[in-house]
Design a protein around this ligand. Structure first.
Ligand code: TRP
Length: 333
């Protein structure tokens, strides 16, 4: 029998709000890379989302190109996947407006990320911060997406996306595929090296808490050597040992070893040896990525060629859904 089965569509996006971190890599981008064979992958730099928090223009521009090159350097293959820049594809802003009119104030008010970010940026609680989930829903729904790999903090936004899609379909018929969000199993949740109760973040007030994808080896080693542990002096995964648990998670994610194997490997050894081993493993994992990044960032023409091609395909695919949506709503198209 002829194989007419089409690959499922995966969509995901990341904000270029600063450097790409080890947390972004182990939690998200590494999975993007590994899904490229099995799925029809569409990835975006969500730079429209980023201005919900004020950006300095020159820095923002650098961050966008840097993030694009960094993520490509992780192994996104432009021959296999579509990796585009959200602000270059106008259908996103357009569908976001329409979806805003099918999303309730009450629903958006319940988003925990909105509440958290409002508290954090109390001087700039703009309407974009509030309607951010409608833009995200648009990103996903435009591509008739089957699967959306996300971090746990985005689960609520995916649920809202499904609610809005179902509501729209209920009114007008099957316009949107209802996507399925999932938290990748091998996606490690990496915490700050200095405060392991918080997620690793580029905005960590302690610079040693966050490892950036492009940190040079000696900086990576220094950060791991200074990582917060505990007074138990035993490498084991247990409640209350957040610092050690985090280091074990990172080591496991990079080497593929289980927690038990790691415990055995470091039985009778001190934290010093352990931290050095984690630092070395991370350095080796990131070395080829940094080298590829250095080559890519020098070749602006190649990068531009990659995103222009991807932008164009994204526009073509998303325009089909947008046209359908507009027609259903009643617009003359
Ligand atoms: N909001 C996501 C984040 O900050 C980024 C994002 C934007 C996204 N649009 C998306 C993720 C669509 C998945 C699907 O992490």
């Amino acid at each position: 029998m002829e194989n007419t089965e089409k690959k499922q569509v995966v969509f995901s996006a990341i904000q270029p709000s600063g450097t790409i971190t080890l947390g972004n890599y182990l939690g998200a981008v590494r999975n993007w890379v590994s899904m490229q064979e099995e799925y029809n992958c569409i990835y975006a730099l969500a730079d429209l989302h980023t201005i919900t928090v004020r950006q300095e223009p020159a820095q923002f521009r650098r961050n966008i190109l840097d993030a694009y090159a960094s993520i490509m350097a992780c192994g996104i293959d432009p021959e296999k996947s579509i990796f585009f820049i959200q602000s270059h594809v106008h259908t996103h802003a357009e569908i976001a407006w329409i979806l805003n009119c099918y999303t309730q104030f009450g629903e958006l008010s319940r988003m925990t990320q909105f509440k958290d970010k409002s508290a954090k940026h109390a001087d700039n609680i703009n309407a974009g911060l509030f309607t951010y989930p409608s833009l995200m829903a648009g990103d996903i729904l435009l591509y008739q997406t089957d699967k959306v790999p996300v971090g746990a903090d985005q689960k609520q936004h995916i649920e809202l996306t499904c609610d809005v899609a179902r509501r729209f379909n209920g009114l007008y018929g099957e316009v949107f595929k209802i996507p399925e969000g999932f938290i990748p199993q091998n996606g490690a949740r990496v915490m700050s090296l200095q405060n392991p109760l918080n997620k690793m973040s580029k905005s960590d007030e302690n610079v040693n808490g966050c490892v950036h994808l492009l940190d040079p080896p000696e900086v990576i080693m220094k950060k791991f050597r200074r990582a917060v542990t505990d007074s138990d002096a035993c490498v084991r995964f247990a409640e209350g040992k957040d610092g050690v648990n985090n280091l074990m998670t990172i080591y496991g994610a990079v080497t593929g070893k289980t927690m038990e194997q790691i415990e055995n490997e470091f039985a009778g050894k001190g934290y010093g040896d352990f931290k050095t081993a984690v630092g070395e493993a991370v350095i080796e994992e990131l070395r080829p990525i940094r080298e590829r990044y250095e080559r890519l960032i020098k070749d602006k023409a190649y990068l531009a060629d990659c995103y222009h091609k991807a932008d164009e395909i994204a526009l073509k695919i998303s325009s089909r859904t947008l046209a359908k949506v507009k027609k259903k709503v009643g617009y003359i198209v």
